[in-house]
Design a protein around this ligand. Structure first.
Ligand code: UDX
Length: 447
């Protein structure tokens, strides 16, 4: 790797930190910039402020090797060749994108670059609606840096596609690189950065306009979310059809290469920091541009209602949920993360409580985050078996490996009555035949 390469990354959230650690792990001198002092201190000590497989190891090593540093001081961006913007772009209450953090970061970066002599490339990695790089970032940057893109400033839109739980692997082995730019020099510079970084295997590089690059990210997330709502729709139909299991249907349709096997796992609905937020932003963007994207509204509505499907299943098993004790296994929006943002577990727990159930929950890593939202609305257990103790129903909400290890006899031994709602399809229905087992997408057994 080019030892002289030096980059700064503004926003040490999930994407920024994983990108920074991945860059540094391959010899790029990287500076992480964030306004949060505590986070910066933690990173400087080589400790990850979030749970992500592999991150701790590569972060510790990168800090020790002096390839990664962190600071709250934006002026240090000027000492690098390239700055990646990875600040959050949350939703406003009406679903539209909130660009406050991006505008602030761009303003501060522009001011920091004002005195710099020499070329500086700015790369927008934050997920932003089409037009943001050209119409918001560019003028803000030019105003504050007092120079123009195309002169001493470069500007690209370069979305990321990292998945929580495999973010480091995704950063080191992406399936594509999308670079959107209006000036050739910027695009060439970023392409050559990635060519060196992925020297061992450069993925396909799509060079396009900033607007197309921005839309690629939304199209990708909207497609994936729609695929999940699609299979959940089939699951809800399968559940009402004797002798049908949605798993079999998914396997069969997935053999058609036009459909593919991935992202056809029926469940309690998608969660996480991206899908809901990004689809809402895309819907808002589309509406503002004169088109109502009915399909994506349906994707979201199907997802929202999937939590009700799960609660309905528990209610059907128990008759009534009033004053029943329900064990919720899993709080994270998927396994291998402590992230509970938009997690289906939150929607299900809220509905269980509304129906009068008392909830006891367990998650191997997400309890501290869950406590920040649910506080004492539910009881937190120490392990899967103690969660089940004396409960009337168990609902599987996250596909953690340790839940897969539970046997029918565990449920029978610990629960008051072994009613199970497998909202993640982690068990073989055959094994659970003797128990009151209901699962998403599992039709009534043929008699
Ligand atoms: C997603 C995108 O995959 C990633 O490219 C983008 O950059 C950010 O958003 P992430 O939020 O980490 O990544 O999670 P992902 O693995 O995509 O799962 C999202 C949700 O969908 C999870 O709640 C997951 O459990 C659910 N899901 C996924 C299903 O219910 N069924 C599936 O078949 C796949």
């Amino acid at each position: 790797m080019n030892k002289l390469a030096a980059v700064s990354i503004v926003g040490m959230g999930y994407v920024g930190l994983c990108t920074a650690a991945s860059f540094a792990s391959r010899g790029i001198r990287t500076i992480g910039i964030d306004i949060d002092h505590e986070k910066v201190e933690q990173i400087r000590k080589g400790r990850a402020p979030l749970h992500e497989p592999q991150l701790d190891n590569i972060l510790r090593k990168a800090v020790k090797d002096r390839l990664l540093d962190a600071t709250t001081d934006m002026s240090s961006a000027a000492d690098t060749n390239t700055t990646f913007l990875t600040v959050g772009t949350p939703s406003r209450p009406d679903g539209s994108i909130d660009l406050t953090f991006l505008k602030q970061a761009t303003t501060d970066l522009g001011s920091a670059l004002r005195k710099k002599s020499g070329y500086h490339l700015v790369v927008v990695k934050s997920t932003v609606v089409p037009g943001t790089t050209s119409n918001v970032v560019q003028p803000t940057l030019e105003n504050h840096a007092e120079t123009k893109v195309g002169r001493s400033l470069g500007l690209c839109a370069n979305p990321e596609f990292l998945k929580e739980g495999t973010a480091i692997k995704d950063a080191l082995h992406p399936d594509k690189i999308v670079i959107g730019s209006n000036d050739k020099k910027s695009a060439n510079q970023l392409t050559s950065f990635y060519r060196k970084f992925y020297a061992y295997k450069l993925p396909p590089v799509i060079l396009t306009s900033p607007e197309a690059a921005e839309l690629v990210k939304y199209a990708s997330n909207a497609f994936l979310a729609t695929k999940i709502s699609f299979i959940n729709t089939i699951a809800n139909i399968a559940q009402r059809t004797p002798g049908v299991d949605v798993g079999t249907v998914a396997r069969a349709i997935g053999l058609d290469p036009r459909i593919g096997q991935l992202f056809l796992k029926a469940g309690a609905g998608y969660g996480g920091s991206c899908f809901h937020k990004d689809i809402q932003a895309l819907i808002d963007y589309s509406n503002k541009n004169g088109y109502d994207p009915v399909l994506f509204r349906a994707t979201e509505e199907t997802n929202e209602k999937q939590a009700t499907r799960v609660v309905d299943m528990a209610e059907r098993l128990l008759g009534s949920l009033s004053d029943k004790k329900v064990a919720v296994l899993g709080l994270a929006f998927k396994k291998d993360t402590d992230d509970i943002r938009e997690a289906a577990s939150l929607r299900v727990i809220s509905q269980l409580r509304k129906k009068g159930a008392r909830v006891v929950a367990y998650d191997p890593v997400a309890i501290p985050n869950a406590k920040k939202i649910l506080s004492d609305q539910i009881v937190y257990a120490d392990n899967p078996r103690s969660t089940l103790k004396g409960t009337d129903c168990a609902v599987i909400m996250t596909e953690w490996d340790q839940f897969r290890k539970l046997k029918p006899q565990d449920f029978r031994a610990y629960m008051k009555t072994p009613n199970i709602v497998d909202a993640r399809r982690i068990y073989d229905p055959e094994d659970f035949r003797e128990l009151n087992y209901a699962a998403i997408g599992l039709g009534p057994v043929n008699s």
